[in-house]
Design a protein around this ligand. Structure first.
Ligand code: NDP
Ligand code: 8X3
Length: 251
């Protein structure tokens, strides 16, 4: 395997993964909407094997055209990392913004579908390949304000399971990695630019770093060809799952 297509490579986990695979000598297709960030990535060491790709994963026609237009050494795609994603807002469902819900569905669900649909037939035809999805612990554990974000990540896990069923009998592998608290631009995006709010979430804690997940991706891909790592749940030591909540009426 030598060519990896990473969505959301302009920041956080995606960028750390692009840098890791560039260091390891892979051909890296780094996709994201912010061209300036892709230019920055192109200036990092080992960037000789980088193909920066301005791409919105919500745009199916653009995804199809981008994949169809790939040429060696950036084709065929050996590994797809469906990492692009976001949470928007922390409001409870009954007070949420419907546009935010739609954007999360379009990005975290439809974006994963568009990219997977574009690369999968060729992987099956070559009988090799690896789809790595980035889910979240929010797909398994409910929390207040997690409503649609968590539900999109539950979709990612079930889609990963169903993909493995459909691919049974081929050598194409599917892995879902589910991080917990991780410091990146994720919270800045979720809080719509509230720098102080983002800082507070990570304050006095030791969250995961994007590089921790890049290492998980690398490890899952490097297993022998007969081994499929199905699911990896990763949390920082400072984070634990809460118990179910009991709301008590104040008398
Ligand atoms: P960042 O905000 O740092 O990175 C998100 C990336 O997604 C950016 O590169 C952004 O690029 C890209 N992106 C967003 N929307 C689109 C789009 N429509 N088309 C293409 N790219 C898009 O966050 P993280 O690195 O933390 O998040 C990466 C993934 O990890 C997400 O799926 C997130 O849900 C998941 N995750 C994050 C956790 C955390 O605590 N941080 C924990 C668990 C999972 P651009 O804006 O340039 O398009
Ligand atoms: C991000 C993790 O717990 O903030 O996927 O939803 S959490």
């Amino acid at each position: 395997m030598s060519t990896i297509f990473i969505t959301g490579a302009t920041s956080g986990i995606g960028r750390a993964t692009a840098e890791k695979f560039l260091r390891e000598g892979w051909n890296v297709i780094a996709a994201g909407r912010r061209e300036s960030r892709l230019r920055e990535l192109a200036e990092t060491p080992h960037a000789g094997k980088l193909l920066p790709l301005v791409l919105d994963v919500c745009d199916k026609a653009a995804v199809d055209a981008a994949v169809a237009g790939l040429k060696p050494p950036f084709a065929p795609v050996d590994v797809l990392v469906n990492n692009a994603g976001l949470a928007l807002g922390v409001a409870v469902a009954q007070e949420s913004n419907a546009d935010d819900w739609n954007t999360m569905v379009d990005t975290n669900i439809k974006g994963v579908l568009h990219c997977t649909h574009a690369v999968l037939p060729d992987m099956v035809a070559r009988n090799t390949g690896h789809i790595v999805n980035i889910g979240s612990i929010a797909g398994s554990y409910a929390y207040v304000g997690g409503n649609v974000y968590g539900a999109t990540k539950a979709f990612v896990e079930q889609f990963s399971r169903n993909l493995r069923c459909d691919l049974h009998g081929t050598d194409v592998r599917v892995t879902n990695i589910e991080p917990g608290l991780l410091e990146s631009e994720f919270t800045l995006v979720r809080l719509k630019g509230n720098v102080e709010g983002s800082r507070k979430l990570y304050e006095d804690a030791e969250p995961l770093h994007p590089e921790d997940i890049a290492e998980c991706i690398w490890w899952a891909i490097q297993r022998p060809a007969h081994v499929n790592i199905c699911r990896i749940e990763v949390m920082p030591v400072c984070q634990r799952n809460g118990a179910t909540q009991v709301f008590r009426k104040h008398k």
